[in-house]
Design a protein around this ligand. Structure first.
Ligand SMILES: NC(=O)c1ccc[n+]([C@@H]2O[C@H](COP(=O)([O-])OP(=O)(O)OC[C@H]3O[C@@H](n4cnc5c(N)ncnc54)[C@H](O)[C@@H]3O)[C@@H](O)[C@H]2O)c1
Length: 300
């Protein structure tokens, strides 16, 4: 995969998945703006990339605001003369069940994930359209946004919104040759190491280099951050020119395409549906195919 001559921004790339994305893009030849709120992590990421022969600069700013998004795009243009790829990846969790979730828990997660993705992609698209050479938008969805997840009202809402934005952007950006896709990752990072079923395996991987078992890599599609990075490099490349509007799952040994919502059954009533008519018809019409929800528990 050759990304030489391209410039990319990867938000939240001081560690975790973002770091793996930034390293993979740089290894393929792209110049990368590393972004994080953690300055030490961002500097270390730049050090690693440049030590490996890549090109990177750090821009330490919390994504969410328009100002931060503009600063990231400006950094790419000032440092590398252009912007070809925006990877909106930065994220935080504030998990709580609905009745304990505060306004601040909700707003913080929506600010970083949903608004941060919106503002960063908007700023990137302004630049890409002005350049007139197309571009690549890669954003971070989640199984929680596709399915819902216990304790994640804020996060599931933000991630579902990101998937909805991708479907919209694929329509709006096609004429400019800009693709927009969501990666739906599963990987061992700070965000997931506390999941009880995965925790002992992640600990063994981190402390002893013990490879994750096949039951995780294939069965659960759970692997390392590096396992996800190849998809981001592909989506950043010319090879994915006809891939847009997709939500693509990846983790461990698995690569998957997520379906998009569509009607699964339809019923008609002449003159429309009263509440009583719906109650009568429900069990024998659309109610025969209720949809499942939630991320299935790991089968370990
Ligand atoms: N790890 C998984 O299995 C998984 C699954 C689904 C989705 N995701 C998504 O992938 C993305 C990366 O997750 P991760 O697992 O690498 O998490 P992580 O916590 O390991 O890394 C996230 C990084 O983002 C940075 N960050 C947080 N707020 C920021 C802000 N406002 N501006 C800039 N940087 C900020 C953090 O400092 C951190 O370095 C997130 O959007 C996450 O929701 C991860």
């Amino acid at each position: 995969m050759d990304l030489s001559g391209k410039a990319a921004v990867v938000t939240g790339s001081g560690r975790g998945l973002g770091l793996a994305y930034a390293r993979a893009l740089a290894a393929a030849g792209a110049a990368v703006v590393v972004n994080d709120v953690d300055a030490a992590a961002a500097d270390e990421a730049v050090r690693q990339i440049t030590a490996a022969g890549g090109s990177a600069v750090a821009e330490v700013v919390p994504v969410g605001s328009t100002e931060a998004a503009n600063a990231l795009v400006a950094r790419a243009v000032d440092s590398f003369g252009r912007l070809d790829v925006m990877v909106a990846n930065a994220g935080v969790l504030r998990d709580k069940v609905l009745w304990k979730m505060t306004d601040e828990d909700f707003d913080t997660v929506v600010e970083v994930h949903l608004r941060g993705t919106f503002t960063c992609v908007r700023a990137a698209v302004e630049r890409m359209r002005a350049q007139g050479e197309g571009g690549r938008i890669v954003v971070a969805g989640s199984p929680a946004g596709q399915r819902g997840n216990f304790g994640q009202t804020n996060y599931a809402a933000a991630k579902a919104g990101i998937a909805a934005m991708v479907r919209t952007w694929a329509m709006e950006l096609a004429r400019a040759g800009i693709t927009a896709n969501a990666v739906i990752p599963v990987a061992a990072t700070a965000m997931t190491r506390s999941i009880p079923a995965f925790a002992p395996h992640v600990e063994a991987l981190e402390q002893h280099g013990t490879a994750l078992p096949g039951s995780l890599r294939k069965g659960e599609g759970f692997g390392t951050a590096e396992d996800v990075a190849g998809l981001v490099a592909f989506l950043a490349s010319d090879a994915s020119a006809d891939v847009t509007g997709q939500c693509i799952g990846i983790g461990g040994d698995r690569l998957a395409l997520w379906s998009h919502p569509q009607e699964v059954s339809v019923a008609y009533a002449d003159g429309g549906w009263s509440a009583d008519a719906i109650a009568d018809a429900w069990p024998v019409t659309v109610g025969r195919t209720p949809q499942t929800f939630g991320i299935p528990a790991p089968r370990l």
